[in-house]
Design a protein around this ligand. Sequence first.
Ligand code: GLY
Ligand code: MN
Ligand code: MN
Length: 427
Amino acid sequence: MIKEQEYKKRRERLLKKLSNDSLGVIFSAEPATRSNDTHHPYRQDSNFYYLCGFKEDSAALLFLKSKGKTKTLLFVHKKDKTIELWTGERLGVKEAKKIFLVDEVCAIDDLEKKLKGYIKGKKNIYFESSSKKSSVKKVSKLTKDIKNKHDIVPLVQKMRLIKSAAEIEMIKESINITAKAHHRAITMDKRGKYEYQLQAEIEHEFKVNAAYSDAYTSIVACGNNANTLHYIKNDKPLTDGELILIDAGCEHNYYASDITRTIPVNGSYSKAQKELYDLVLNTQLRIISMIKPLVKRSHLQETAEKLLTKGMVELGILKGDYKNLIKEKKHKKYYPHGIGHWMGIDVHDPAPYRDAKEREIALQKGMVLTIEPGLYIDKNDKSVPKKYRGIGIRIEDDILVTKDGCENLSHHIVKTVDEIESLSFKF
Ligand code: GLY
Ligand code: MN
Ligand code: MN
């Protein structure tokens, strides 16, 4: 768990970034309608959560800075018996005061009144300037006389780039649940089953381990479906002789995991499947071995493209000199996406990839990123040897950058052909 002291330190770091005579405000997420009068399960706004760990809606954090003095206020929903009857207990002002290490806890109903007082003398406002939250629009109107307007979101997102020891523990816990889910998928008897049934097995494992949600909609793509990168229909049968690309990760205590394994329906890879699989796997292992501080993601991307293209030439998928093929972007047809992304409270953590001067940010200790090369050969691609058509493979792990290298946080999820075949249900 993240301690209250850590949240307090984060808020102090944010306050340091604000200019003098500033007011900063950030809101909780608004409940999302599913249809008519039903709602999606509530999930807190990631930046708000990062700054205080409070999970309820109708909340706000207010930051004040004048003449070097700072003050932080948390606004929460008042206790309300009628609302609580329907949607559950709320913490309320009195209890929130006991937990959160802020200077003041107030009722959200008092925000407008308080804001009007605090606006006086402020030259800068930091708020979620591009957010669609109705609360943000209200604040924008109320504070329209403050001269300098800034977006508070990038300041928080930048802080999220480097993970603390406590955050790394949370990510590990999330990955450990996802590991169980992938292992369950591999061991399952898949005869006569559909993609959604495999999805159900995976998500069952999430839920019984207290990960109430997936971090993103699970992709369970059999055969040629794996060539649709964001395939989430998951409604086709699992077909003997084909591979299944499973890209699934849970969210546990607000931290994501993002893992892909590509496994055989019948428990054994064919020769052609193995050839493609090992090309992707060897590429992934090479890229992971390159990860250490000061390395740039673009270098990892280029190396992955080089290794995959070279390999595709050797397998007869592409013809010609691999350097020319890359120059002409011919490989993009089979490997069209990035090598990976930041991961944390969001599966695609919105921390920056470039600094204020647009220079690429190099890897540093404490960053967490995915490494996920893939190859996708469409079933109708006549330019490729027939044996490779209709196969899509991606292998994805979650990597922590350490002082002088990296740690594969998902190393314990089986990955080689031998490991997967040994664990598989075979028929
Ligand atoms: N699961 C989404 C991704 O791999 O980026
Ligand atoms: Mn990913
Ligand atoms: Mn993924």
